[in-house]
Ligand binder design. Structure first.
Ligand SMILES: *Cc1c(COP(=O)(O)O)cnc(C)c1O
Length: 401
């Protein structure tokens, strides 16, 4: 058996069978490329589902991990470390919000944010002020709280009962939103751009109405920027792109360049509802993850990666829009920056499989959407290379093209 077959067979025997993996074993990466065990190279438009925004093996990240690992990796939250406060200060400066809690993952960031919204809700309006409003088609994670906010049956089915006090509204349905939010609402939770849900944006009008309703009913407006945040739209926070500021924002995926770290950042008026002992975590906010996250933010700034996201993102968008005009199987190009999607009217997975065998990694979501979440230092030449492969797989051109 080859090395890859052995890896795959062993997993089949010993892992809970929760993943539908591609048949490739990746051994290493460098920049926008990954390499399998045989040394075959893949151009990476997935970036660990948006985690590897700095690509792979960034020298400054490798150096920071080495240095800090040799000093101290973990301390628990019984003690101070040098970096948790610095990272929180930086995130507050960048967001304009006031207090941070660090978790290990995205789903825990959401979980913590709704726990805080419940505390603030009860303080403002008593026990009844506990209801949550979320969007149909959303994705917020796999723990019970965030799964309860996730507006897709396929993630919920079989796990009931979930949190009961969640009302779902269609994305961009302003009337539906008005009908759902009332004085017993403690939070409105949404992704400004649906990620797993197929790269679908909330309209500015809808987000503004969320802001107005949250204010008038003293509810928390919580943005899940776990996928679209930290630079992917071309601004550090996606809400800065849309011009609507939430009361809390949840982040995770790229923040520690691949180490597990999540966070939510809250306005003081909500943050002040929690006291010592009411929430916590063993791993979250450790010195290694926080120091690496500070380095992530420094690299994004110093290498001017947001400018690259805007420029190459616009180029990618223009190329995808051209595909939508030229190819019969492509309906629409959606998204911005380096979070984009191509709506097909055929299944996307076979295209992803064939692209992989030709050395390009794409991802599919919602069955018929190709999703692009590449590293921030992607260049136009990489877009050209990836789309050259994609074009060959898209089949017939439209008549006249
Ligand atoms: C990935 C993701 C989550 C869940 O994060 P995990 O780290 O997998 O728990 C939540 N919300 C959105 C929008 C995501 O993309």
């Amino acid at each position: 058996m080859s090395g890859a077959d052995e890896v795959i067979q062993r997993e089949r025997s010993f892992l809970l069978q929760t993943y539908n993996r591609y048949p490739v074993v990746i051994g290493r990466g460098k920049g926008v490329y990954l390499y399998d065990l045989d040394g075959k190279r893949y151009l990476d438009f997935v970036a660990g589902l948006g985690v590897n925004a700095l690509g792979h093996a960034h020298p400054r990240i490798v150096k920071t991990i080495r240095e800090q690992a040799a000093k101290v990796i973990h301390l628990s939250n019984l003690y101070y470390n040098e970096y948790q406060g610095q990272l929180a200060e930086k995130l507050c400066q960048l967001s304009g919000l006031q207090r941070v809690f660090f978790s290990n993952s995205g789903t825990e960031a959401i979980e913590g944010s709704i726990k805080l919204a419940r505390l603030a809700g009860h303080r403002a309006g008593g026990e009844a002020k506990s209801q949550l409003v979320a969007l149909q088609g959303s994705y917020h994670g796999r723990t019970f709280g965030s799964m309860s906010l996730t507006g897709q049956d396929k993630y919920r089915k079989g796990f009931e009962p979930l949190l009961e006090d969640v009302t779902f509204v269609a994305q961009n349905d302003v009337e539906g939103l008005r009908a759902a939010v009332n004085d017993n609402t403690c939070a409105i939770v949404l992704e400004p751009i649906f990620g797993e849900g197929g790269i679908r944006e909330c309209s500015v009008e809808f987000l503004r109405e969320c802001r107005v309703l949250a204010d008038s009913h003293r509810a928390a407006l919580i943005f899940d920027e776990i996928q679209c945040g930290l630079g992917r739209t071309g601004t550090i926070f996606a809400f800065q792109t849309f011009g609507v500021t939430p009361d809390m924002v949840a982040i995770a995926k790229p923040i520690a360049a691949g180490l597990p770290l999540g966070a939510f950042i809250a306005k003081e008026e909500f943050a002040s509802a929690i006291s010592a002992g009411q929430h916590g975590t063993t791993f979250g906010g450790g010195p290694l993850a926080c120091r690496v996250a500070l380095e992530y933010l420094a690299i994004v700034e110093e290498e001017k990666l947001l400018e690259n996201v805007v420029r190459v993102g616009a180029y990618l968008q223009q190329q995808l829009k051209e595909l939508a005009q030229r190819y019969a199987a492509v309906q629409e190009a959606r998204g911005r920056g380096l979070i984009q999607g191509l709506q097909l009217d055929i299944p996307a997975r076979p295209i992803v499989d064939q692209a992989l065998s030709q050395g390009v990694l794409f991802n599919s979501t919602q069955d018929t959407v190709l999703r692009f979440l590449p590293p921030f230092m992607l260049q136009e030449k990489h877009v050209d290379k990836g789309l050259r492969v994609l074009k060959k797989l898209l089949g017939k051109k439209r008549r006249g093209s």
